[in-house]
Design a protein around this ligand. Structure first.
Ligand code: EPU
Length: 343
């Protein structure tokens, strides 16, 4: 256990914003045994970190970071499906590549999403017409209180847009160890996202994969070159009345109907309409090609990014009376905080 525990540990390489923060304590876990051992004396303040592509360390964190680094991909098959059991520390994009290389398509719309497989169910990652919930079979989750791994079915995960049970009632109560994925052998391309409809009716999985990568690279900055956390804000969901009032004023406003009669708006469009592309505070800036992405352009501090995020949020609120909420999670010295509460 000792070798898995480090102190004053640099997190620069463990957050895609490349912020120079440290963790007072960190546990890098490779086995269930180590996790069980940690659970016997669980620190009071901890944060569970996956690939760090959705976490903003504003300053040095005085608590304990827990990193599940479990590895392994196991494949079985039924007549209709490939069934994958993927350990949570596997890299998501490498899994997508692995599936494609082994003739198990179905994940190509989710190519190039940064982060680990264990984080995929937490915020129900989604892009280009597919979300994790669509291919999820189950999630194996280690519960701190019972020291046991529970298998949650897809229904039990309560997936919604960028949301799941792991962000709500199970938050900080355990660690995701593995995900179960089901891929149909009868592959059908998902081409409903506008940019994919140029592929014709019968593209190959590789063509879809390549196109998704081309679209992402054309508007989303590469975190290795311009540190960022993908979409900084979630797309806001508004009720019908608010939508109707807005669309009257802005007939070109993109919006997507939801199952409950509500409408999802495009936060990127709202921010763009506020002329905020390229806006900056200190070393932090709004990306010039995708207004939903904030970037660490020039040695930004955590405070620079917070100040910029607040400016964006407030400007959108003033112009559209719509609240946009961060998708990114903020960690201060004392732990996770909401943007409104950070001093
Ligand atoms: N738009 C603008 N200006 C901008 C950005 C967007 O006008 O600067 C408009 C676009 O023209 C389009 C609409 O807003 O009409 C939506 O834009 P886009 O299709 O690029 O997608 P998004 O809503 O900005 C979401 C996800 C992305 C995902 C894409 C594609 C969220 C928070 N973001 O972005 O996910 O890749 O759809 O499916 O839901 C992520 O979560 O990190 C992420 C990158």
């Amino acid at each position: 256990m000792k070798s898995m525990h480090h102190q004053n540990y640099p997190l620069d390489n463990r957050n895609s914003f490349a912020l120079a923060a440290t963790a007072k304590d960190i546990y890098l876990l490779n086995s269930l045994q180590q996790l069980q051992q940690l659970a016997t004396s669980l620190p009071e303040h901890f944060y569970i970190l996956g690939g760090g592509s959705n976490t903003l360390f504003i300053e040095d964190y005085q608590g304990t970071v827990i990193c599940p680094e479990f590895k392994g991909i196991a494949v079985t098959e039924t007549d209709a499906d490939y069934k994958l059991h993927v350990a949570s520390g596997e890299n998501w994009h490498q899994l997508v590549q692995h599936c494609l290389a082994n003739n198990m398509p179905g994940l190509e719309n989710l190519a190039l999403i940064p982060g680990n497989c264990g984080a995929a169910p937490i915020q129900n990652i989604g892009a280009y017409g597919v979300e994790f919930a669509d291919i999820c079979d189950y999630v194996d989750w280690f519960e701190f209180s019972s020291h046991k791994v529970r298998r949650l079915s897809k229904a039990e995960c309560l997936f919604a847009y960028r949301d799941s049970i792991f962000k709500n009632s199970l938050k900080n109560k355990g660690v995701i160890c593995a995900v179960g994925i089901s891929l149909k052998k009868q592959w059908l391309p998902v081409l409903k996202y506008q940019g994919l409809n140029t592929l014709g009716e019968k593209p190959t999985p590789k063509q879809v994969f390549d196109k998704v990568i081309a679209i992402r690279q054309s508007k989303l900055p590469d975190p290795d070159i311009l540190p960022n956390a993908g979409s900084f804000f979630k797309n806001p969901i508004v009720d019908k009345a608010s939508y109707q009032a807005l669309v009257k004023q802005y007939p070109m406003m993109p919006a997507y109907p939801q199952v409950n009669g509500k409408m999802k708006l495009a936060a990127g469009w709202l921010i763009d309409q506020c002329q905020l592309k390229g806006a900056s505070v200190g070393g932090a800036a709004v990306h010039k090609l995708q207004a939903l992405v904030l970037i660490n352009e020039n040695n930004a501090s955590g405070q620079d990014i917070i100040a910029l995020a607040r400016l964006v949020k407030q400007t959108v609120k003033n112009k559209f009376q719509v609240n946009i909420e961060p998708e990114v999670r903020f960690i201060t010295h004392c732990g996770e905080q909401q943007i409104e509460d950070i001093g």
